[in-house]
Design a protein around this ligand. Structure first.
Ligand SMILES: [Zn+2]
Ligand SMILES: [Zn+2]
Length: 479
């Protein structure tokens, strides 16, 4: 049989997109500034590096405008590094000392007395400097290392946790102010400097934090003198607002103090506002002082981030503005969700019955129940493997995916004959299906057991290979 002409269905089956880092594969023309800077950098890196400070200022301006007043202050290789409590404590201490010294730029000098007074102003004593920690909402972010891993839902990550253990806050306590206050007061005296919360709970069903819960947490943090930080690593841009906590329904709550960003913004780091309850203690009020404050922290190292990364990050914001990616996330999210619901309805008794049972997350940060997901042929960004019962979709925000028909084509249950001939085409090219049909991750098994009839493959995670062996089609397997 001749290999098929693979023009239909559309072949954009990658809903992982490097864990949400790639938001577009087609719109590089919408980043003219970054394009010109890249050419300049490759042709003459020495000359380009001389303009580094100017470019960093330009990026800060764009970030502040796009995210409605948030300023990027600290940059890190991975968002886990950005969320390290010792780094946050150092940063806040440096900012406090800087303001007390009159916000004057220049080489910082050692002054133990200033350090002690600056810490007191933040409401910190010895333990907040020697063993600072964060409190996190239970079953939330599962850092793979460091202090946050101590309460990770994954046991293998807890095994390698180090540093002062993080403190878990029960989700139920968010709506019980006296209990929450007691928990956070105890945490504060144990060295806690702040609480990290996710707007979309990332480790399971994509549960969305209610405005009441966020409000209650903000109030308790203010009362106990803790920072409130929102983890926006996966939710920025994807959730129908620049940051998910900026969605209109949260507008009644006073702003968080910090955000952690990464993924879609290409660079990871910490964003700050100087007018939130904790950060306003710093007393840094003028625009000039605020910009100087960013600079004094960023130049603690030699460079805030390497030049190629800075140009890439700048290009991502350029594209997000030009393509209205926030607006697109709503349309692509809505259309994708409708297709999932329709599939669930079509599954009848095999389906789960109801949008709230098969879908989670916000807009184009989509959580899908595994029973429905396995009827599609897309690669996803799973979280803890098939055991949670959910997978995550992070579709790109390309213009052509705004077309309902294109999405429907990608998510259509194409006939067996089509997939059979597609398998033939793959084999001729020495390839095989790239992702696991059961959990949606990359199919990294070395056993050559993929099904040539259905064109499906599995990864090595416990359960996935077994599911492949048990799947209804028994014909066409090679081994
Ligand atoms: Zn798998
Ligand atoms: Zn099969």
């Amino acid at each position: 049989m001749e290999p098929p002409i693979i023009s239909t269905p559309s072949l954009d089956h990658d809903f992982n997109n490097t864990w949400g880092i790639i938001l577009s594969s087609t719109e590089t023309k919408n980043r003219p500034l970054a394009g010109a800077l890249f050419r300049e950098y490759w042709n003459d890196p020495v000359s380009a590096e001389r303009r580094y400070s100017k470019m960093l200022c330009q990026y800060t301006d764009m970030f502040e405008e796009f995210f409605n007043g948030w300023l990027p202050i600290s940059y890190h290789g991975h968002v886990t590094d950005a969320m390290c409590p010792t780094t946050t404590a150092s940063m806040m201490l440096r900012l406090s000392m800087f303001e007390m010294a009159g916000c004057r730029l220049g080489r910082p000098t050692s002054n133990p007395e200033l350090r002690s007074t600056a810490a007191k102003r933040l409401g910190w004593d010895g333990i907040h400097l020697s063993a600072p920690c964060f409190a996190l909402i239970e079953n939330g972010y599962g850092a793979a290392m460091g202090p946050l891993a101590s309460i990770s839902p994954r046991s293998a990550w807890r095994d390698v946790s180090t540093g002062a253990p993080s403190i878990a806050v029960r989700l139920a306590d968010l709506v019980s102010p006296p209990v929450l206050l007691r928990t956070l007061t105890d945490a504060k005296w144990g060295g806690c400097i702040g609480v990290i919360v996710e707007i979309v709970q990332n480790q399971a069903s994509g549960r969305v934090l209610s405005p009441h819960e966020l409000h209650s947490l903000r109030e308790a943090c203010t009362e106990t003198g803790l920072l409130l930080a929102v983890d926006e690593a996966l939710t920025a841009i994807h959730c129908g607002a620049p940051f998910a906590h900026q969605r209109p329904k949260y507008s009644g709550t006073v702003s968080p103090d910090l955000v952690f960003f990464g993924k879609a913004l290409v660079v990871s780091g910490v964003g700050i506002r100087f007018d939130a309850p904790f950060t306003s203690k710093l007393g840094i009020r003028t625009t000039l002082d605020r910009r100087n404050t960013l600079e004094v922290w960023q130049y603690t190292g030699t460079q805030a981030m390497p030049m190629p990364l800075l140009i890439s990050a700048l290009g991502a914001l350029e594209m997000a503005v030009a393509g209205d990616w926030v607006g697109r996330s709503k349309v692509i999210g809505r259309n994708s969700r409708e297709l999932v619901s329709a599939r669930d309805r079509r599954l009848g008794p095999r389906g789960l019955g109801g949008e709230d049972k098969v879908l989670g997350g916000l807009e184009s940060f989509i959580f899908v129940r595994i029973e429905v997901f396995t009827t599609f042929m897309v690669m996803v960004a799973t979280n803890r493997g098939p055991s949670t019962g959910w997978v995550r979709w992070l579709p790109r925000l390309d213009a052509h995916l705004m077309e309902e028909a294109t999405l429907a084509s990608i998510l259509s249950a194409t006939g067996t004959e089509w997939w059979k001939s597609f398998s033939v085409a793959l084999e001729r090219m020495g390839m095989e299906p790239e992702w696991c049909f059961w959990c949606g991750n990359h199919a990294r098994n070395t056993r050559d057991v993929w099904c040539r009839t259905c064109c499906i493959n599995a990864c090595e995670v416990a359960g996935c290979l077994e599911q492949l062996a048990m799947h209804q089609c028994s014909k066409g397997k090679k081994s």
